[in-house]
Design a protein around this ligand. Structure first.
Ligand SMILES: C[S@@+](CC[C@H](N)C(=O)[O-])C[C@H]1O[C@@H](n2cnc3c(N)ncnc32)[C@H](O)[C@@H]1O
Length: 376
């Protein structure tokens, strides 16, 4: 018997649903399957993680959901090839880095010496009091001490804290942090030190949580283009977040390369079908939303909405609608942005999204220098 607390309950429910389907009979050899009106939406159900793994994925305060971290662990322990280094941008304190690196460590295919290369600015994210309060659970448990925060300067650098959290862990051999980010504006390219990958570097897995601007996305993709081989998995953490319209716009600009695979909460996964090149990125993705223009932005994001609608992805359909409003507000087409938000409020299935819609009415997105405000 299956009870509510039984970890296999979702599997059982799915199995029961499949069993209750009418038997369609055997298909004669060589004929195509009969068209069906039923959507292909059976979820792939994961078994629960062992408690000693699950509790480690919850230990580091993170800006990702538990479901996303559990998925990352599963992805890298079970689906990753094990053959090449993995790249992450935007680890913050490493909640996602732990999920990925622990998964890599537990993957029997992992080739010895393969690592997660994780890139961040490691500063200018939270101020010191906010960082300390975010990390309060780790201070309370003794994993970090209050003194770890005392000497931090104004820009609240957190690479040392990152190292304190991860260096003593069993997966530390799989984790290589670099305090190099990507520029958020083209004029920053020539100053400062930015993310670089060694010549000839190859990867087949890229986790993106630090592309917080249009140009930052372009700058990261330019750097990863020659390294990512066909079949590479691109896992975009912010893809479904209402402000980050640049990720959907980039994917749509390269829709001939990115095959959608699935999502967990805001994280959407795409498979790269053919390599990206820097020349194509230059040709298809201008340096700013303004250069792209309202018409092209609308084309790109309306195509994402249409595709999400077609595959019955309600979450994606609603979030891409918010992305369209965000993009229009960004390029100062605020009346049109308001119209899109009003239409979003009338969409079927909108109730779980009411909180983010209210936030989008106040500030649908942000630029590298500030917030884009709207108002009803
Ligand atoms: C939402 S947090 C990442 C959350 C993290 N993955 C976790 O598990 O909690 C975003 C991270 O992106 C980083 N970031 C923002 N802009 C960046 C840039 N231009 N280059 C590199 N990292 C950046 C921030 O410093 C921050 O650590």
């Amino acid at each position: 018997m299956t009870t509510a607390a039984d970890p296999n309950a979702p599997l059982m429910r799915r199995a029961m649903r499949l069993l209750r389907r009418p038997f369609r009979g055997r298909r004669p050899e060589g004929t195509a399957p009969a068209p069906t009106s039923e959507p292909f939406v059976e979820p792939f159900v994961f078994t629960r993680l062992a408690p000693n793994v699950a509790c480690r994925l919850d230990e580091i305060p993170s800006e990702t959901t538990r479901g996303e971290r559990h998925y990352l662990y599963r992805h890298f322990s079970s689906f990753w090839s094990g053959a090449y280094d993995v790249v992450e941008i935007g680890p913050f304190l490493g909640g996602t880095s732990r999920a990925i690196a622990l998964g890599m460590l537990h993957n029997p295919r992992r080739r010895s010496g393969t690592v997660l290369r994780t890139f961040d600015r490691f500063r200018d994210y939270f101020d010191v009091p906010r960082l300390a309060s975010f990390l309060a659970p780790m201070i309370a448990s003794g994993a970090l001490s209050a003194e770890d925060f005392e000497s931090l300067g104004d820009r609240a650098p957190f690479l040392d804290i990152f190292r304190r959290i991860h260096d003593s862990q069993d997966y530390a051999e799989c984790l290589v942090p670099s305090d190099d980010g990507v520029p958020d504006l083209p004029e920053q390219e020539s100053s400062g030190h930015w993310m670089t990958l060694p010549a000839g570097f190859v990867t087949d897995s890229v986790f993106i949580d630090g592309c917080k601007s249009w140009y930052g996305t372009k700058a990261f993709m330019r750097r990863i283009a020659s390294a990512a081989i066909p079949g590479s998995m691109f896992l975009f953490q912010d893809y479904g977040w209402y402000t980050c319209f640049w990720l959907g716009a980039f994917v749509q600009a390269f829709r001939d390369r990115f095959e959608p695979i699935g999502n967990v909460d805001n994280t959407y996964v795409f498979r790269l079908e053919r390599p990206l090149t820097i020349a194509e990125i230059e040709a298809r993705f201008p340096d700013s939303p303004e250069q792209c223009g309202a018409t092209r932005l609308s084309e790109l994001l309306e195509a994402r909405i249409a595709e999400a609608t077609e595959r019955q992805d309600d979450f994606g359909r609603i979030r891409h609608t918010l992305h369209l409003a965000a993009a229009l507000a960004y390029v100062d087409r605020k009346d049109e942005a308001r119209e899109v938000l009003r239409s979003a409020e009338r969409l079927q299935g909108i109730d779980p999204h009411r909180g983010v819609i209210e936030a989008a009415w106040r500030a649908p997105t942000y630029t590298p220098t500030g917030t884009v405000t709207l108002g009803r």
